[in-house]
Design a protein around this ligand. Structure first.
Ligand code: FE
Ligand code: CA
Length: 503
């Protein structure tokens, strides 16, 4: 549908629904401003965040999306039906230039455990319609279909996995980091990054985010369900650690670069205003409850970590096991264990970025310094902490490595003593390009690691009070558009019995 047709049809719908009708803002864009789609996130029992950003010219090099006015009033509506005949909430928000004309509307006053639809109007145009779902009420535990993925490199392939996720009509989607990549445009991939150089300033990060958000498959996934997002490294720079840069290019103040990257990330994600950054700091770790069924502890393993030991890479490095090292920072570690001990729901899902289980790369003990293996004391404190509290339903959800893995978490990996949790690692949406269905190598060095597949896709989970049913979902190619998705491996995780079981 053309923007003009959409404008004609749906503008009438807004008027007939009785929403406040505002005079068009003068001296502003005349082109369709909702080129980046709509998104919802942070579901609560009484509402969710509804996001959009006005950008009639999304790739404008100044990062302002073709907007000229300082402030624009944006109307929003939430309806019980897709045609907006049952509008239950409406209001206005102000899209301001300082935040790239994004809006993060915290909708409240809705019913728990219900499906809603939302849309926006600004500058005389009406947005596409998004679907959101509210969390169930505390004390209830209806089944939850949640999909999670990570690592969506625009150039490496088409976002078919996002399209397939949208088609599953989930209640909730998690993106566990590397939502975009900061690198320079390549000449050998199926698509080309904008702007061309490695991004480092605010305008650059905004344009790159806008480019990703113009993808129709990504827009479909955002419009299909509320998301919970956390970043990994590439939203700023490969393998950075806190304020320690990975390499010296591009030159410039890394603290300022972090501030720019965090600000652009917030501007483009359906996060609450409580997450808006101050300078180079952003409170991203947070808890989201899903009734009494599950608690999502969304972690930030980049902003507070010690520098990678032994200069990063995969190597033998005794320093990685030093007791004082931290990946989460002390405050987040305390916050996580305190939250888990509250037993807010049957299941504790840790939505986070880097490989959690031990994974030896050689008999001599080489391990990845960027993952939890580079911070093993931090992992050990967490595992012992939740085990001492008697918690048996911890499921760690992971991205980053562009492959799918499934592991039992062991209290002692060397002795292979006692399973204390489960880790599900999603593969990438595209990063790494087309995979290899035959590649499922497992190492005898890691008997607790049960599954490994090098294909692109996502993980589907269906959670009830009794179990989490897990399907690893893959597409055969991403360099060719529109492949179907298929389940290659399934497990169940039983409540009270940590670890992977046959379905
Ligand atoms: Fe990645
Ligand atoms: Ca990463």
């Amino acid at each position: 549908m053309s923007p003009l047709t959409r404008r004609t049809l749906i503008a009438g719908g807004i008027a007939s629904a009785g929403a406040t009708v505002l005079a068009p803002t003068t001296a502003n864009a005349v082109a369709y401003p909702f080129t980046l789609g709509v998104a919802s996130g942070e579901p609560a029992p009484d509402g969710f965040v509804a996001w959009t950003r006005l950008a009639p010219n999304p790739l404008a090099p100044d990062g302002l999306g073709g907007m000229s006015a300082a402030d624009v009033t944006v109307e929003w509506q939430v309806s019980a039906d897709q045609r907006f005949t049952q509008v239950v909430k409406s209001g206005t928000a102000t899209a301001v230039r300082a935040w790239a004309h994004s809006v993060h509307v915290e909708v409240t006053g809705l019913q728990p455990g219900r499906e809603y639809h939302y849309r926006f109007r600004a500058l005389g145009f009406v947005s596409g319609v998004g679907r959101a779902v509210t969390a169930p009420a505390p004390g209830t535990s209806p089944a939850l279909t949640m999909l999670f993925t990570s690592c969506s490199h625009y150039e490496a392939g088409y976002f078919t996995a996002y399209r397939r996720m949208a088609e599953e009509n989930p209640h909730l989607v998690l993106h566990l980091g590397d939502y975009l990549y900061e690198g320079a445009a390549s000449t050998t991939n199926v698509r080309k990054h904008a702007p061309s150089p490695e991004i480092s300033g605010l305008a650059d990060y905004r344009v790159r985010h806008a480019q990703y958000k113009t993808d129709p498959d990504l827009q479909a996934a955002h419009a299909a369900a509320p998301w919970l997002v956390v970043w990994d490294d590439h939203e700023l720079e490969n393998n950075y650690a806190n304020l320690v840069r990975n390499d010296s290019s591009p030159a410039g103040d890394f603290t300022a670069r972090r501030a720019a990257a965090y600000k652009a990330y917030y501007e483009h994600m359906p996060l609450r205003p409580a997450q808006a950054p101050t300078a180079h700091n952003m409170q991203l770790y947070r808890r989201v409850r899903w009734g009494s069924l599950a608690t999502f502890h969304m972690l930030d393993t980049r902003q507070y970590r010690d520098d990678q030991a032994c200069g990063d890479g995969t190597k033998v490095c005794p320093e990685a096991d030093a007791p004082g090292r931290t990946l989460t920072g002390a405050a987040q570690e305390t916050w996580l264990l305190d939250g888990m001990r509250q037993r807010l729901g049957t299941w504790d899902f840790l939505g986070q970025q880097v490989f959690f289980a031990q994974k030896l790369a050689s008999a001599a003990g080489a391990k990845s310094m960027d993952s939890w293996d580079g911070y093993s004391a931090n992992r050990d404190r967490l595992q012992r902490g939740w085990d001492a509290a008697g918690l048996k339903n911890t499921v760690v959800l992971t991205g980053d490595v562009h492959r799918s893995w499934a592991s039992n978490l062991m209290l002692d990996y060397t002795a292979q003593d006692r399973v204390v949790g489960t880790e599900l690692v999603t593969t990438s949406v595209t990063s790494g390009g087309d995979g290899n269905a035959a590649d499922n190598g497992l190492s005898a060095l890691n008997p607790h690691v049960k599954f490994h597949k090098n294909l692109r896709g996502y993980v589907r989970t269906v959670t009830t009070p009794d179990q989490v049913a897990v399907d690893f979902r893959f597409v055969d190619k991403v360099t060719v558009r529109d492949y179907p998705v298929k389940t290659v491996q399934s497990y169940v995780v039983q409540a009270g019995n940590p670890g992977l079981q046959a379905p």
